[in-house]
Design a protein around this ligand. Structure first.
Ligand code: FAD
Length: 445
């Protein structure tokens, strides 16, 4: 069997860390049965080291991307896990269906989305993606192929949704798509002068919308700390012609930008301009789905904007009653370190993700990118973790590249249930990643 094995130097989307390993690229479904211990890798959009394994074998899922069946009566699509969300949306949107949950990029695989139990701008209503998965097929190191779902071996299913590939390779996913009236959204913006006001807007029943997210200026200080623009969207009917839904970025960033481009002076200028432009859009306007859900996808390889040292994304969630105080402390720490970039979002989350390692819980989540500057960045991240812990929150593992074991254990109270399943399906602990070794989920370097 030739699985196209080759040496590979890989990173996550943040380009930090970079590790050497081996990659196999199976193109027949049956090959997955012969790869116990290989860590699945999708489109590499996790930011840190979840899809990396030093000197280990990774299994690229990208050739296993076939759509297998679709039932228009239930909206259930069955597809191989290497299919991208971009391919699903571009095929089904013209037919009146959309993804039930989508992250902020469409360039992720179905398997990667389930393995990270992704959430989107509708989390407050529709939960994580796993809520829309009736079943999946998983190739485990210890028990071979297993089918599981919320009603079929639920422990295995809830360990796999959000389990970051550590229970096995997801081969096939059944995903319940959502009927939509057309390819357009009605969008409206609400500016907020500071943190208190944006938290009030998120909780205002008059501003209830199926999709909500806020851009937040992480460098604003003093009276303007937390100034934001709340962006609300809802599906609307019709209007020809349909807006474009591109399968590839419009342009690619050709090379690494020098570090000074994203220095805090330039980011402050950008944030000022962005705020002025978007705060004014207080009248509803029509938008295609692509620019609303995936604004960053227009530029390919935008991760090179942070220069060759790469960047980290920090995403945390705090319980609602801790948000006012905790987010203020977090924003002050970031702003005074001058560490934030322009890509920062705040979002109100709904219920606790059912996956044992799922990130979402009720409260508010903040996500932002920071250029990686070695020890200074690590010190800031350690400080932020401490603040998050003090306020009862947690850090998102599919974005993470630094969290320590003790902090992780304190943040994820259902870890023991996850470990029980891991012991059942991978008794020899063959399946590991750099992230799992760092967090003490598996042994290894
Ligand atoms: C611009 C941007 C915006 C984002 N926005 C959001 C957001 O709004 N919400 C959110 O939740 N996430 C978000 N993410 C994170 C992203 O959705 C997740 O990291 C997702 O897992 C990436 O999928 P992937 O196919 O690239 O997987 P990879 O990055 O290749 O892998 C991610 C993890 O999934 C595992 N995995 C991949 N395929 C399989 C498989 N077939 N079987 C088992 N395990 C598998 C890997 O082992 C790894 O642990 C965003 C990322 C980017 C770059």
């Amino acid at each position: 069997m030739d699985l196209g094995t080759s040496a590979a130097r890989l990173s996550g989307w943040g380009r930090h860390p970079v590790l050497d390993g081996h990659m196999v690229r199976p193109e027949r479904y049956g090959d997955l049965d012969r790869l116990p211990g290989a860590l699945a890798r999708g489109l590499g959009r996790s930011y840190g080291d979840a899809a990396l394994r030093r000197d280990g074998t990774l299994c690229s899922m990208l050739r296993l991307n076939r759509m297998l069946s679709f039932d228009p009566a239930t909206g259930v699509l069955v597809a191989e896990a290497g299919l991208s969300l971009a391919e699903i949306a571009s095929c089904f949107l013209p037919r009146g269906w959309f993804l039930p949950v989508t992250p902020g990029t469409k360039f992720v695989t179905l398997g990667g989305a389930v393995a990270a139990d992704v959430h989107g701008k509708n989390h407050h209503l529709d939960g994580c993606i796993s809520e829309h998965v009736p079943w999946l097929e998983l190739f485990t190191p210890g028990q071979g192929m297993r089918r599981c779902g919320p009603d079929e071996d639920p422990e295995l299913f809830w360990a796999t949704a959000g389990g970051l590939g550590l229970t096995g390779i997801i081969g096939t996913v059944a995903l319940r798509l959502k009927p939509v009236p057309g390819p357009w959204l009605k969008v409206v913006h609400h500016p907020a002068r500071d943190l208190d006001q944006i938290l009030e807007l998120f909780s205002d029943p008059a501003l209830d919308a199926p999709y909500s997210v806020a851009w937040i200026d992480c460098l604003a200080r003093g009276a303007r700390l937390g100034r934001s623009v709340l962006m609300l969207g809802r599906h609307v009917e019709g209007g020809d012609p349909a807006p474009p839904f591109p399968l590839t970025p419009r342009v690619d960033l050709p090379c690494d930008l020098p570090a000074f481009c994203l220095g805090s002076f330039n980011v402050r200028l950008f944030n000022e301009a962005y705020y002025r432009l978007n705060a004014g859009k207080t009248q509803p306007f029509r938008s295609g789905l692509d620019p609303f859900f995936y604004p960053l996808d227009a530029v390919g390889y935008w991760n090179k904007a942070y220069g060759s040292r790469g960047f980290v994304q920090y995403q945390c969630v705090l319980p609602e009653d801790e948000t006012r105080k905790g987010m203020r402390r977090i924003l002050e720490a970031i702003s005074s370190a001058g560490a934030a970039s322009f890509l920062a979002v705040l979002k109100k989350l709904g219920g606790q993700g059912r996956g044992f390692l799922s990130f979402p819980r009720p409260g508010f989540t903040l996500a932002l990118d920071m250029p990686f500057r070695g020890k200074a960045t690590l010190a800031l991240l350690g400080h932020l973790d401490q603040l998050v812990l003090e306020h009862g929150g947690r850090v998102n593992l599919c974005k993470d590249a630094h969290l320590g074991r003790e902090s992780f254990q304190a943040m994820y109270p259902r870890l023991s249930r996850w470990l029980a399943v891991k012991r059942r399906v991978d008794p020899e602990g063959r399946l590991a990643s750099s992230l799992s070794a760092r967090l003490g989920l598996t042994e290894g370097p």
